[in-house]
Design a protein. Structure first.
Length: 361
């Protein structure tokens, strides 16, 4: 078996993989191309690795994947049969190992399908989207489908994320759900707000990050409701996410000011808000920071975070706001200072204002 062992991949709908060998790509395509693809799949499946990948082994994996791409649609039947086996191998490089470029063999296969493209490659990726129960695979396949057919699989992608979340809830799985919430945030619209609010008890942080990031501010009303959460840790995180999007969303900024007027924000909340306004942001692992928060420039630090329950993984990044964003946030700080009497809040906000002003000089 190639690489370090990995448990079989979770399926939502195992039958989906058998549904498509269309008239445009029948098994009659078999021949030299298909035979070569079968050999490449066999080689990938049989290569034995103990410990870090050697440079020769890494090169062999890359070569077989390249051969699958070179055979084009003729590789589809062999790839389909491999995916139907519900097997995978880890290619995560141990220290000292050679890079392959993919965390798992299936990830490499998905990229080969992306490169093959056409109706055959797109269709088999769509089958995989309908069948896999692995959050990371759902996210990767969704991205490749959107690259091959922009916008055409959006509804399928959102439904796949919903179904996978439901399955993980039923199984009480500890799998990282971040990729699924990132899908709901990036591909969803106002219709996913109810999905995200229902997920709050189980996956609070991921739901809040996604609500803050929905296009057009569609998740802000639900996020404002979470700013009333009786759990101070969770309330502080919701307030922090409101601060994160306050420059782009006046409703979020107004909610922060109203909370400040109420005098019900803890020192923890004020500390987190100040850190956010200075440049700390929360996001999912697969995001580019600049895509989520316009105006942030040089990345200074990136830290992986895990929820208290251990089933949520996300990232905090610290970056420098540009002049326009610094000015917007300084204006918000001035408004917050004008309505709070909390001495700890005043200290935090003044420090944040000084730091922002220093950056635009």
């Amino acid at each position: 078996m190639l690489g370090r062992p990995r448990k079989s991949v979770s399926f939502r709908n195992p039958q989906a993989h058998g549904s498509l060998i269309s008239s445009q790509n029948p098994d009659g395509l078999l021949g030299v191309s298909a035979a070569a693809a079968e050999q490449s799949i066999a080689n990938l499946s049989q290569l034995e690795v103990k410990g870090p990948l050697s440079s020769d082994q890494a090169a062999a994996v890359k070569l077989e994947l390249q051969r699958l791409v070179a055979e084009g649609a003729g590789s589809i039947p062999a790839i389909r049969r491999f995916l139907q086996q519900n097997r995978d191998s880890s290619l995560d490089e141990l220290k000292g190992g050679s890079s392959v470029g993919y965390p798992t063999l299936r990830a490499g296969i998905f990229d080969a399908l992306r490169q093959i493209g056409g109706t055959a490659g797109e269709s088999l990726l769509a089958d995989t989207l309908h069948s896999t129960g692995d959050p990371g695979e759902v996210a990767v396949v969704a991205r490749y489908l959107d690259e091959l057919a922009p916008g055409q699989h959006r509804e399928e992608v959102v439904n796949a994320a919903r179904e996978t979340l439901m399955q993980l809830t039923q199984e009480k799985s500890k799998a990282d759900v971040g990729p699924l919430f990132q899908i709901l945030q990036n591909y969803g619209d106002g219709n996913v707000v109810s999905d995200l609010t229902k997920a709050l008890p189980e996956w609070y942080y991921s739901s809040v990050i996604a609500l803050a990031g929905l296009s057009g501010g569609q998740g802000i009303p639900a996020l404002i409701e979470q700013a009333q959460n009786p759990d101070d840790r969770r309330k502080s995180f919701a307030l922090q996410m409101l601060a994160q999007v306050s420059a782009q969303n006046p409703e979020a900024a107004s909610a922060l000011i109203e909370q400040a007027k109420s005098g019900e924000m803890s020192d923890r909340a004020w500390s987190r808000i100040a850190a956010t306004l200075m440049g700390e942001q929360y996001q999912f692992g697969g995001q580019l920071m600049q895509d989520r928060v316009p105006g942030l420039q040089e990345l200074q630090q990136r830290t992986r975070r895990t929820s208290e329950t251990g089933n949520e993984t996300f990232w905090s990044v610290t970056a420098l706001p540009d002049e326009a964003l610094s000015n917007q946030r300084t204006a918000l700080i001035d408004q917050l200072l004008s309505v709070t009497l909390n001495t700890a809040a005043i200290k935090e906000l003044e420090n944040a204002r000084t730091a922002l002003r220093a950056r635009v000089k």
